[in-house]
Design a protein around this ligand. Structure first.
Ligand code: ANZ
Length: 841
């Protein structure tokens, strides 16, 4: 008969689905329960690649699964289409970023349709459309009104290649830009920020709610990024200065052990203190500052780095004992953490100790340590190693960061570290020289970018320096055309040169004014896009709160672990802001998260430079969409990386052909009563039906595929071995196979469904419920132990009574031999699985 040909069925079903639109979700009278399954949207940097193919295959399994379970599933797609790659490509080729972007979107969309992900295409959006970015501007204005968007002058991360600022999150651990790879430097600029630090506690505490639903690794990355630490602010009087200087410490208990103070060289305080000192100090300080500005934050925090610094010729007074502490500037102290200054306690802090030993400063032990640190408060010590009690840090070079009791500390003497921390905070608060304090690693989100291809910031600057928000009824502030603009990175936004666009009358009094020429970080776009999908064509509001109540939050989010910090943190933040503004009723955007692994080749990430790129288009042509999708699901647990050199799309294609031939061969009529069919095959089918849902919900897609392969084998055997193609159980198995294949390989599934005499779309057919009567195992294996050793195994009915099972066990020859002359003192029976006999001589 007819043979399986993936190219034919792809061509056959694509237009049918296009017509049927089985994944549309616009019917307001749809009474099915709802689920929102969202794949992270792609950046249109070219055609789809293997990474997309994996992500969208896995996300689609989930979306399709819930439809079979009777849910109205919202599974939208759009494009994250603003950003630097488009702009850089446009500069390189002398074209408009729009053309490049929208051409790529067309290409990706075509590939996506071929790939048959079950998207509701009516909800497609592009963040670079004015209809979308208008609402970025609206969001900015709402945040501005609440004081959550503000401008400040500060040291920022500057990418010298892309000539733009970067958020902290965009600087890699090695100090380079995640986009251009350039070493990021510091530059002082006036920039727009979103006040994410106001939400630090909630961003941290609400992670609790995601526990068990998000990968543990992502939760811990979020926690570390926010980096909450608890301790105290301590005020030190400064000789020759009216105002005291505060330091943040997690170890106020060690205040008696402070022997010097260190300030960040790039903090204003350092320059001020140096300015009040001798010309020699000032000169030395200036030299040092120049040197420091060349290093990255990461380098500065590296514990194994040689300590450098200069003495500022000034002194601080320790508030608990009046001691004079010399003040140094050193780059291991960061300007923008805590107060940019520390009390140095070299006996108990490794960085301070390294510094003290390098510059001959005193070391005073104030905690007699007896064991390793258990508070987890300090990460700088030799982690987890027991401090050798009474070993002198000045001699060993190892700071004593562990648990112990206070010494050399006046009234704190004898207290444990924990008690001493609490007591010291009390004392400081009583005297007004300190207080409990919490610090975060999280910084405010820098959103200004000096680039063209993004959302214009909706602010107008008056001649007098005032900031005037663009009135909401004048949104969107459209990007000016690129004609006549030089997009090349030059440190200021190209929009500044669009004279007609930039120069506008002040909306308040008509005097000359200028538009803000920066554009927003594109992470703003993706921080709320999941809400725009709910009403993407609404030109009256960003999103419809009623739709949000219906659909949001996202039930299942699917995407790469590369977004574990940036995107997810920003989306969580903006969700909380929208909650506070009263637009939504939930506080976390993504109820559950699945991170798929990467697609590798020969154990390595694919890259142009390695020349190991597997082209998706070529794989699709060679093996077909369904085989590629099935291979993605079958390769292993979704979180694991897939090495394309180790998997077999050829094997997948063969399996699909086998499954398809079963549907072709079935000869019974649709609706044939399966109860009249072969019982053994029915049991296999129903066991599969019972197990598959739990496996899919646990993301064990590979196991489902393996189990389906077994079912297909059993069905083929039944057809060929006398049960025959006319048996109703064969039809039942074939139908269940088609239903299940719809999760992975929709073209094959649809074609099977047609061969089985049904109308499309198989994607909308409800899952079959397993018949419990067919799930009863005919026999189970009971284990018989004598004194803890397995002596026999018995095949028994699953319903066997304890007494019957014991009787059978005692009758076993192997068991009587094992008991021998010994006396049975106890028998434990757990029917139908276990009999345990205990004896004594
Ligand atoms: C005295 C002390 C004694 C400290 C001791 C630690 C151990 P986390 O956990 O990261 O919050 N510190 C404070 N501000 C700093 C800055 N701007 N740059 C670099 N280091 C800074 O660390 C807090 C500790 O880091 C603070 O507690 C302070 O050193 C240091 F046995 O104060 B500690």
């Amino acid at each position: 008969g007819e043979e399986y040909d993936f190219a034919t069925i792809q061509k056959k079903w694509q237009p049918v689905w296009e017509d049927l639109a089985p994944f549309a979700t616009s019917d307001p009278d749809d009474t099915r329960p709802r689920k929102y399954v969202l794949d992270m949207f792609p950046y249109p940097s070219g055609d789809l690649h293997m990474g997309h193919a994996e992500a969208y295959a896995l996300g689609d399994v989930i979306a399709r699964y819930w439809r079979h379970q009777g849910f109205n599933v919202l599974h939208p797609i759009g494009w994250d289409s603003f950003g630097l790659p488009a702009e850089n490509a446009a500069i390189k080729r002398g074209i408009d970023p729009r053309g490049w972007t929208y051409d790529n979107i067309e290409q990706q969309k075509k590939s996506m349709k071929l790939y048959a992900a079950s998207f509701d295409w009516d909800r497609e959006l592009h963040t670079s459309d004015p209809e979308y970015y208008k609402w970025n501007q609206w969001l900015f204005l709402q945040m501005y009104k609440k004081g959550l968007a503000y401008r400040k002058d500060s040291w920022v991360n500057w990418d010298p290649v892309d000539q733009t600022v970067l958020a902290n999150e965009q600087v890699l651990p090695d100090g380079t830009s995640e986009r251009s790879g350039a070493v990021v430097v510091k530059k002082k600029l006036t920039q727009w920020y979103f006040k994410i630090t106001d939400y630090a506690d909630r961003l941290l505490d609400d992670l609790q709610q995601l526990e068990g639903h998000w990968p543990a690794k992502v939760l811990s990355m979020q926690r570390n990024w926010i980096g909450r630490s608890q301790g105290a602010d301590v005020d030190f009087a400064i000789e020759g200065r009216d105002e005291p200087v505060s330091v943040f410490t997690t170890r106020p208990d060690t205040l008696h052990g402070a022997t010097f103070m260190v300030v960040a060289p790039d903090a204003d305080l350092a320059a001020e203190l140096a300015a009040g000192s001798t010309p020699e100090v000032q000169a030395a300080f200036q030299d040092y500052l120049v040197q420091v500005q060349k290093s990255t934050e990461m380098e500065r925090q590296a514990t194994d780095r040689e300590k450098t610094g200069v003495f500022l010729g000034r002194y601080a007074i320790n508030p608990v004992n009046g001691e004079r502490l010399p003040i140094w500037a050193a780059d291991y102290v960061l300007a923008d953490y805590g107060h940019g200054a520390v009390m140095a306690v070299p006996a108990h802090d490794q960085r301070d100790l390294d510094f003290a030993l390098a510059f001959g400063l005193p070391v005073r032990v104030v905690v007699e340590t007896t064991g390793p640190d258990t508070t987890g408060a300090d990460t700088t010590d030799a982690a987890g190693e027991a401090d050798p009690a009474a070993s002198d840090p000045a001699v060993t070079g190892v700071a004593l960061a562990g648990e112990g009791r206070l010494v050399n500390s006046g009234e704190l003497d004898g207290l444990t570290k924990g008690d001493a921390i609490a007591r010291m905070i009390e004392l400081l608060e009583q005297r007004g020289t300190g207080r409990a304090a919490t610090n975060y690693r999280l910084r405010d989100w820098l959103i200004s970018r000096q680039r063209y291809w993004g959302t214009p910031i909706p602010i107008i600057h008056g001649e007098d320096g005032s900031e005037i928000p663009v009135p909401e009824d004048q949104l969107p502030v459209l990007l000016p055309p690129t004609e006549g603009l030089d997009l090349k990175p030059k440190g200021t936004s190209p929009l500044g040169a669009a004279t007609d666009w930039v120069n506008v009358p002040n909306p308040i009094d008509g005097t000359p004014a200028r538009r803000d020429a920066d554009t927003m970080d594109t992470f703003v776009d993706s921080s709320w896009y999941y809400l725009r999908f709910l009403n993407p064509n609404d030109d009256t509001q960003a999103f419809d709160p009623a739709e949000a109540r219906r659909w949001a939050p996202v039930d299942q989010y699917v995407g790469g672990v590369t977004h574990a910090i940036l995107h997810l943190l920003y989306a969580r933040f903006i969700t909380k802001v929208l909650y506070d503004l009263g637009y939504i009723t939930f506080i976390e955007p993504f109820t559950a998260l699945l991170n798929q692994g990467m697609v590798l080749m020969d154990g390595a990430a694919m890259s142009k430079s390695k020349g190991n790129i597997v082209q998706l288009s070529q794989q699709l042509e060679e093996h077909g969409v369904d085989a590629v999708r099935l291979t993605m699901a079958f390769a292993g647990p979704p979180e694991d990386d897939i090495d394309w050199a180790d998997v077999s799309p050829v094997g997948s294609a063969k399996f699909l052909a086998r499954a398809w031939r079963i549907a072709r061969d079935v000869t019974s009529a649709p609706g044939a009563d399966p109860a009249t069919g072969d019982q053994a095959l029915r049991r296999a089918t129903h066991r599969f039906l019972a197990d598959a849902p739990g496996l899919v919900e646990a993301f064990k897609f590979n196991v489902v595929v393996a189990r389906l392969m077994e079912l297909v084998n059993a069905t083929r055997k039944a057809i060929d071995s006398g049960v025959g193609p006319a048996d109703a159980a064969v039809r039942e198995a074939a139908e269940v196979t088609a239903l299940t294949l719809n999760l992975f390989s929709p073209y094959t599934a649809e074609d099977m469904w047609q061969h089985l005499g049904h109308e499309p779309a198989v994607a909308l057919v409800p899952w079959r419920t397993a018949d419990p009567a067919l799930l009863v195992e005919e026999s189970v294996t009971a284990v018989v132990q004598v004194d803890g050793k397995v002596r026999d195994r018995l095949e028994v009915a699953p319903t066997i009574a304890d007494a019957d099972l014991e009787e059978q066990a005692r009758a076993s020859a192997a068991v009587t031999r094992a008991i021998g002359e010994r006396q049975v003192v106890k028998v434990i029976v757990r029917a139908p699985r276990l009999v345990s006999i205990v004896t004594k001589p």
